[in-house]
Write a protein of this length. Structure first.
Length: 347
């Protein structure tokens, strides 16, 4: 019952990686067809206990995706899975540099076709942002931005920063982010997943982002928490990912950062990151937020609307969706007995 209700809530998925959403059976099929050995069967391949190990497997799977039609297929399948979880709008990252030698134009053509098909079949919208691999350094990031801008399409609205944070702080990427912003791109940065609160602060101060992907380490810096609350910084959190890539492995712990971030009044959204890699779905992440992280249904409804308000759709679209979603969320939440009683008592 509760899972059904959570699935039906209209949602914006704001933190999802295209290549991290490839279905294992599709990865195997594409690898065989393209003659790219994955090196192990899925049950032995999808094994990792930290971010670096995960990224090594992610990199191998990326190489199995080669043709424009492969990109169309993985985009369509990812959006189909999102739609099944109640997503109505999806903003996703891509890692075009990780498909060695495949022209960015080929990749973008396939991704656009997948978005168009999914839009027609499932009625959802989708936008994307290439993610800079911070491990490759700022000079490579400048070339990467050029390559992306050269084949920019209307669905490419942003630029992200991802991969392993630990020895790669955000500050050296300030010039490339300035150039992206000047080119009219929206920006976000992964920070505070494996790196310290200082990387969240550095991303805000030097990269000009107002959206932090993950951000968990923020809870270690109360001044920064207060500042993010006042400035309405959006945190795109991914509960299950924390079990694999962060020190916070117990989702039910009283000091789990996503719980603390919500309690501190930060703008937190629930997302799925790399769902098949971490054995989850967007709807399941909502269940975990509700069951393990202390989000009431009302909190989840509010967080959906907060995410919508800060997402990268045009303002007019957001205003229209807000009216629709507010009504739908209210009607779905009213199905829940406890919520209904709370509403009646407070009248
Ligand atoms: N790329 C895909 N998933 C990621 C994550 N959780 N952190 C950093 N880079 C990623
Ligand atoms: Zn991510």
């Amino acid at each position: 019952m509760i899972q059904d209700l959570l699935t039906r809530l209209p949602k914006a998925e704001l933190h999802l990686h295209l290549e991290g959403a490839i279905r294992p059976e599709t990865a195997v099929e594409l690898a065989v067809r393209n003659g790219v050995p994955l090196g192990a069967a899925p049950q032995d391949l999808y094994v990792y206990d930290d971010l670096a190990q995960f990224l090594a497997v992610y990199g191998r799977i990326c190489q199995a995706v080669v043709t424009a039609d492969d990109f169309r297929r993985i985009t369509y399948e990812m959006l189909e899975t999102c739609a099944r979880s109640g997503a109505r709008h999806v903003e996703f990252f891509i890692s075009p540099h990780a498909h060695f030698g495949i022209p960015f134009a080929t990749q973008f053509d396939g991704i656009r076709a997948g978005i168009a098909e999914a839009r027609a079949d499932f009625g959802l919208t989708a936008l994307f942002a290439p993610g800079i691999n911070r491990e490759l350094g700022p000079a490579a990031a400048e070339e990467y931005l050029d390559a992306c801008l050269a084949v920019r399409c209307e669905e490419m609205v942003g630029l992200g920063l991802d991969y392993n944070e630990a020895p790669f702080p955000p500050e050296p990427f300030a010039p490339v982010f300035a150039r992206a912003r000047a080119a009219g791109l929206q920006v976000s940065a992964h920070a505070g997943e494996g790196g310290p609160a200082a990387y969240v602060r550095g991303s805000l101060d030097r990269l000009g982002v107002r959206r932090i992907d993950h951000g968990y380490a923020v809870v270690q810096d109360p001044d920064l928490v207060a500042r993010c609350r006042e400035d309405g910084v959006l945190f795109t959190c991914c509960p299950t990912t924390t079990r694999y890539t962060t020190p916070w492995r117990d989702l039910t712990a009283a000091d789990h950062p996503i719980r603390l971030m919500r309690e501190a009044g930060l703008a937190v959204t629930i997302n799925s990151d790399d769902p098949p890699f971490f054995g989850t779905t967007l709807a399941r992440e909502y269940l975990i937020a509700h069951r393990d992280l202390g989000f009431s249904l009302r909190d989840l409804g509010d967080s959906i609307l907060t995410g919508l308000a800060s997402c990268w759709l045009p303002e007019g679209d957001k205003a229209r969706l807000r009216v629709e979603w507010e009504a739908e969320i209210a009607s779905i939440l009213a199905e829940d007995q406890t919520t209904m009683q709370t509403v009646l008592v407070s009248r």
